[in-house]
Design a protein around this ligand. Structure first.
Ligand code: SF4
Length: 400
């Protein structure tokens, strides 16, 4: 037997689908791919209703074993197997074991290494987002050892990369609700890490550097440095305008109506600002409401957005994406954070208040549209990249 390390944040082990109680169930509005055995099981089912629905509603695509067919959606965008009570007919008549792999596992997923499994949830599921954002302990990690016959057929986990990821998680965690300081500290950490040679004394030097960054945060030096930075309102404005345009092409996606409820407030504030012929005015307006109203609200529940950024660091195995540099990964994450902040601030500015339900709605709908599959992630990243004028360090101008 081989020992496998299983890593799981608390909100992942606590998750349970709430079925018909869900505010925006997952059986609609996006492609539901069925694997080959599932397609055959449904087409040959002895349950006449399942068989008939399958014959009429499965498009046989034969793209791959895992994607042998796609469910056609009804006129209201629902999966044809969903009944009037928003429950799955396959689950009801054939049991959970008859579900396709996609339907049986969503929103659960794992990152697999040879001897380690890192479990997570896709927070395009509103219940997963709720568990993450509302529980102070959601991002506490459980680690267990599970014996199994063979190791996974996957590459070894690079321990230097794992340590980098854990250090970034810690920097974010100690910054609590002051995530602007957390992002600035991450910038400082990654710039220093770049200068440390990967061979000699790497661990010792990294630990020293990591402690120095944590000290700078605790002593207020990071805050002082951040206070010296002048915001770049043109960059902020251009980023928001470009992303608004991009979301305009996503109206058919699941959760778009939810996101649009918040996005239209941001659009309104930017449109008002455009009348003054000065892009700074709406950016200052959003920052003022963020500092005066949102930050005091967050200070009473510091885990809510902190858990989200910790989740992103864990989920993305930040900053180890092999397709881009660590600073580029940080730029992209900061840009997404800036958009989410702006959506929250615009809501408070126009509605007067915000509550946890709004934050859950913003986060799950944002993920539903931008993180549904690798293609949507790439498309969104490409859009953010179009705005970058200087190098990746221009991210600090999004922190003010
Ligand atoms: S979105 Fe999440 S909670 Fe809602 S039905 Fe799907 S798995 Fe269940």
């Amino acid at each position: 037997m081989k020992n496998i390390t299983v890593v799981e944040p608390l909100f992942v082990s606590a998750f349970q689908c709430i079925g018909s109680e869900c505010r925006d169930h997952c059986c609609k509005g996006w492609n539901i791919n069925l694997d080959k055995p599932t397609v055959n099981r449904y087409l040959k089912s002895s349950q006449i209703e399942i068989k008939t629905l399958a014959v009429e509603n499965i498009d046989i695509t034969r793209k791959s074993y895992a994607s042998w067919g796609t469910m056609k959606l009804t006129a209201s965008g629902n999966c044809a197997f969903m009944d009037e009570s928003r429950l799955c007919k396959v689950h009801a008549s054939l049991g959970a074991s008859a579900l396709s792999n996609t339907c049986a596992t969503y929103p659960r997923k794992s990152r697999i290494f040879k001897t380690e499994q890192q479990k997570t949830l896709m927070i395009s599921c509103p219940e997963a987002a709720r568990q993450l954002l509302t529980s102070p302990d959601a991002m506490l990690f459980e680690e267990t050892i599970k014996p199994q016959a063979e190791t996974f057929k996957a590459k070894n986990l690079d321990q230097q990369k794992k340590l980098l990821n854990l250090m970034c998680l810690n920097i974010v965690k100690v910054s609590a609700e002051k995530l602007d300081e957390g992002f600035y500290a991450l910038t400082s950490f990654l710039l220093g890490a770049e200068r440390i040679s990967p061979e000699k004394d790497w661990l010792e030097q990294m630990e020293r550097h990591f402690s120095a960054v944590l000290d700078s945060l605790a002593q207020g030096h990071i805050r002082q440095q951040l206070d010296q930075v002048k915001p770049d309102h043109n960059l902020q404005w251009s980023l928001l305008m470009r992303l608004q345009g991009w979301f305009g092409g996503m109206t058919h996606k699941r959760a778009f109506p939810t996101l649009y409820h918040y996005l239209n407030k941001l659009i309104y504030i930017q449109t008002e600002g455009a009348k003054t012929d000065h892009v700074s005015q709406p950016m200052i307006r959003l920052d003022t409401v963020w500092q005066k109203q949102v930050m005091p609200w967050l200070a009473e529940r510091p885990w809510i957005m902190n858990n989200y950024i910790q989740y992103r660091i864990y989920e993305d195995f930040f900053p180890n994406d092999e397709s881009r540099s660590p600073l580029m990964s940080l730029y992209l994450l900061t840009a997404e954070w800036f958009l989410l902040k702006s959506l929250i601030a615009a809501t408070v500015e126009l509605v007067g208040t915000i509550d946890e339900e709004d934050i859950i709605n913003i986060i799950y709908s944002f993920h539903s549209i931008t993180k549904h599959n690798p293609e949507s992630v790439m498309a969104f990243v490409a859009e953010i990249n179009k705005v970058k004028v200087n190098d990746d360090l221009s991210l600090i101008y999004l922190l003010k």
